[in-house]
Design a protein around this ligand. Structure first.
Ligand SMILES: N[C@@H](CCC(=O)N[C@@H](CS)C(=O)NCC(=O)O)C(=O)O
Length: 223
């Protein structure tokens, strides 16, 4: 690899997985380009560089890397400082909570796409349980592991962007005063400059279009 690699992130405007490497790129001041593609009509070249046909893909000096966590960890490793704790056990714990966050993103999709009230309530209930669990593991903050912003924060920021949008758009309250540590954590993450800048200006509009495309209960509740 050349000493000055070039980076291009292949993206989709509302994708929470794309936001992970984008946040790391911004946090670590790595120069990069972004190319947004239409996932419903992906360009032919995308099939060649994305074995699972998913974003994100990071093109490094013309070579493609897929999957959000390997990409984010790679970017973290090639720059000074680490978004993970040094201790292997703590690092493994952080990775486990990242997996918990992946599950929550799945529950967010279940909520956003629920076809009837029963499915909607079930997904909402599961998300509320997961938030209770997080409340129990969070410390004094402001971030997941205390004062330092880390990879777990990178992963949960896009999730909290969704919960904030759902509250604003359809009044579903997920992050509330009942989980005050989670609420403070979410607020802190959503104010962080790299998190704010991780999505395009069209994010809210694109999220509404996404909910409408899913055509579920959430879309019926939109104004
Ligand atoms: N495990 C993958 C998940 C990425 C993912 O699901 N991306 C979605 C967009 S948010 C995608 O590209 N979907 C296209 C498809 O499934 O056809 C990662 O962490 O990068």
């Amino acid at each position: 690899m050349s000493s000055n690699p070039t980076f291009k992130l292949i993206s989709f405007s509302i994708c929470p997985y794309v936001q992970r490497p984008r946040i790391v790129l911004l946090e670590k001041h790595i120069e990069h380009e972004i190319e947004y593609i239409d996932l419903q009509h992906p360009p032919v070249w995308f099939h060649e560089i994305s074995p699972l046909e998913k974003v994100p893909v990071l093109v490094v000096n013309g070579e493609a890397l897929f999957e959000s966590m390997p990409i984010s960890e790679y970017l973290d490793e090639i720059t000074p400082g680490s978004l993970y704790p040094e201790d292997p056990f703590r690092k493994a714990q952080h990775r486990a909570w990242i997996e918990f966050g992946n599950d929550m993103l799945g529950q967010h999709f279940a909520l956003a796409s629920a076809k009837d009230e029963k499915e909607f309530k079930k997904a909402r209930g599961t998300l509320a349980e997961r938030l209770d669990t997080l409340e129990d593991v969070l410390g004094a903050g402001p971030y997941f592991a205390g004062k330092a912003f880390g990879m777990v924060d990178v992963v949960y920021a896009p999730l909290f962007r969704f919960t904030r949008e759902l509250q604003r758009l359809i009044g579903v309250e997920l992050v509330t005063d009942e989980t005050p540590k989670v609420a403070a954590w979410a607020a802190q993450l959503l104010e962080r400059p790299a998190v704010v800048a991780a999505v395009p200006a069209s994010f809210s509009e694109d999220y509404v279009a996404f909910l409408r495309r899913l055509g579920g209960v959430a879309s019926q509740r939109l104004a």
